[in-house]
Structures are given as structure tokens and as C-alpha cells.
Design a protein. Sequence first.
Length: 147
Amino acid sequence: MAEKYRQRSGQCALVRFRGGPVGEEMVEDRSQGEPVRIIIGAGQVPPGVEDILNEMEIGSQGEYLIPSAKAYGAHDPEGVKTYPRWFVKGGERLEPGSIIAWEHPISRQSVPVKCIAATRDTVTIDFNHLLAGKDLCYWFELVALLD
């Protein structure tokens, strides 16, 4: 696999896919229409997906299990923080299960985070990736590889 990985690193994989967490509702479906462009080795997708794309033959398709360690990692309890409602933009409306865009104070990039608990005065926000700690099941079709 290491040799194939080196050969494909930097190549653009044209891929169709669909899937989500094992035993849960599908969260992504890009199985129809134009394939998605993924640069192999660029970190655009989790390591387990890169491994799959490195092993697939052009034109092949299949369903794959991606363990959480090769997807978005384990859920980190340190990534869960409690704040006063006034501190969080829109905090007065948050309830458990709400997903909001959190702007990183340094990079200014928005990332989805989940409210997991709320009281009258506080909200508890989980900053882990929404799929952290979950094994994933995805169907992939490798349409083509471009240099």
C-alpha cells in the first residue's frame, strides 16, 4: 500500500459517495451527478478515506467501514465547554441538539459545534467534530484519477 500511496499522492480522485455513522441516518449523499474532486494526500478527507481511495481500482465501487480512529478520532471530553448564555452568539435561543457556526477567535473560520446541555443561564458546547467517536459506513465509487 505504501508504494501505491506514494504513486497517488497529489492526484485528484473523482469520487461519488454516500454514508454516515454506523446505525444512524445517512449524513452525506454525493452518489449522483458530477463526482467530487479529492486531492489524495492533501488532508481534505479523513485518513481512512484516503486509505480507501489509495486501494480502490478506477471504476470500482464498494461499501467500507471506517473506524472512528481513522475518521474523525475519539470524542475528547476536553472539547466540551460551558459558557454563560450571553457569551455565545445566539445563546439565548440554544437548546440541547442545536448546531451553530462557531467562529474560531484566531483563524476566524466557522466550524459547526453542538449544544449538548442548557440551563437558564448557561450552555454547554461540544467543540469536537460532529462525527468524532463514531465509526462510519460509506459507499464509494472511484470514477477516475487525474494527475
